[in-house]
Design a protein around this ligand. Structure first.
Ligand SMILES: O=C(O)C1=C[C@@H](OP(=O)(O)O)[C@@H](O)[C@H](O)C1
Ligand SMILES: C=C(OP(=O)(O)O)C(=O)O
Length: 424
């Protein structure tokens, strides 16, 4: 049976490891970097070539979105390459519509870019995405001079936006999602007056904003503080590094399975904050080696619980919850109340599912506590959340009878997840 997301059954029982893993793997390209590079390339007049591209549901959503924006695309999935012929959206005509599917990044990055067009553009997504918060971005775009129509409940998708957006100064909350800020910054240089953002609350997911400014710099635009001067993007040849959030499952497997896993291509100069997940495994007792070429985690047979703020790297909180099950003391995760607004309420979901397996997990306003235990054979619900599926599957490496329902949901960011898991 193929373990690619397209071919998976309605429920998948994970085969426990029979020996400690000892492998070196290269996860697919970063979702976050792919979707940033696609936006910047689409806004850069001329031809850009992106290599190491992730092909998954979230990036297919972005490919469709930048096509609607006017970019020409030549896609070679087998070679992980996309050639982008960028176009200036400020000269576009005609109504467009974008289906962002389940993708937060696509929807939050494309909306400010669509607002650069002097014509109407509709942005919508799946029912799951329609339930995720958009109000701060809609409010900011209105303040910057765009017309935004609520086509559904105010503050949620779908919306229609008509530009051009003049730009200037805008106040933006930071505590709900960093994606609003990243999306505004990327459209910033094409706003008539440029853009200057003032955060009105503490920013979460900070490393993602650093990744945004790094990708913008590669396409010739610099961000000074949270200010972008009017200007233009330059086309570029851009190689996308592997996905650090995807890597968390593979590195966690080394710790859980008392083996050794190397993730290739995520060196010390990675743009992704989620590479710091390895630091947490180290704090728990695993051995970690970092080189320019990658990260190696070696399980030592002992894992201790930790108390950690994961506001910067919250996509790996569920991965940590799975590792914490096998520690010798409780793990407390803090600072991540905002992940209740992701694909699902991730705090509620992870606690509910661990408890379903007989693990004593406790929900808090801003995180959770996992008390270690031995999971019972369980069929886990996954809430259409790829990270629920990938994290809970890790339990099945150590104990028999772990089944993940709707495993296909990994297609959002990591269609080959179960293929790679089987290589352990
Ligand atoms: O900018 C990005 O690429 C992302 C930012 C994070 O979202 P929030 O800023 O909403 O926490 C993260 O969870 C998401 O998977 C990707
Ligand atoms: C939260 C996530 O994605 P997004 O917000 O881009 O939909 C994720 O990939 O875990």
């Amino acid at each position: 049976m193929s373990l690619h997301a397209d071919d998976l059954p309605a429920a998948l029982t994970v085969t426990p490891l029979t020996a400690p893993p000892d492998v070196s793997l290269r996860p697919p390209g970063s979702k976050s970097i792919t979707n940033r590079a696609l936006i910047c390339a689409a806004l850069a007049p001329g031809r850009s070539t992106l290599t190491g591209v992730l092909f998954a549901d979230d990036t297919h959503a972005m490919l469709g979105a930048v096509r609607a924006l006017g970019a020409g695309l030549t896609v070679d999935e087998a070679a992980h390459t996309v050639v982008v012929d960028g176009a200036d959206p400020r000269t576009a005509t005609g109504e467009v519509s974008v289906d962002a599917r389940q993708s937060g990044t696509t929807s939050r990055f494309i909306l400010p870019a669509v607002a650069l067009r002097p014509a109407r553009g509709v942005v919508d997504g799946s029912p799951q995405l329609r339930a995720r918060p958009f109000a701060p971005l809609v409010d900011a775009l209105r303040e910057l001079g765009a017309t935004v129509e609520d086509l559904g409940a105010p503050g949620f998708l779908p919306v229609a936006v008509t530009g051009p957006v003049a730009g200037g100064k805008v106040a933006l909350p930071g505590h709900i999602s960093s994606q609003y800020l990243s999306g505004l910054l990327m459209a910033g240089p094409l706003m008539t007056d440029g853009l200057s953002v003032e955060l009105t609350s503490q920013l979460v997911s900070v490393p993602y904003v650093e990744a945004t400014t790094a990708v913008m710099a590669a396409f010739g635009v610099s961000v000074d503080g949270l200010r972008v001067a009017p200007g233009s993007y330059r086309p570029a040849e851009y190689d996308i590094e592997p996905d650090a959030s995807a890597a968390s499952y593979l590195l966690a497997a080394a710790a859980i399975g008392d083996g050794r896993v190397t993730v290739e291509g995520l060196g010390e100069r990675s743009l992704q904050g989620d590479v710091r997940f390895a630091d947490l495994l180290e704090q728990m007792g695993a051995r970690v080696e970092r080189t320019a070429a990658g990260i190696t985690v070696t399980g030592t047979g002992t894992l201790h619980g930790i108390d950690v703020d994961m506001a910067d790297i919250s996509d790996t909180a569920q991965t940590l919850a799975a590792v914490a099950v096998f520690a010798d003391s409780p793990t407390r995760v803090r600072g991540i109340g905002f992940i209740r607004g992701k694909e699902t309420d991730r705090i509620g979901a992870v606690v509910t599912e661990l408890r379903r397996a007989g693990i004593d997990a406790v929900e808090d306003a801003d995180g959770f506590t996992v008390n270690p235990g031995t999971p019972a054979p369980t069929a886990f619900e996954t809430y259409e959340d790829h990270r629920m599926a990938m994290s809970l599957a890790l339990l099945g490496l150590r104990v028999p009878g772990i089944t993940v329902k709707d495993p296909k949901c990994v297609a959002k960011t990591y269609p080959e997840f179960f293929v790679d898991l089987s290589r352990l």
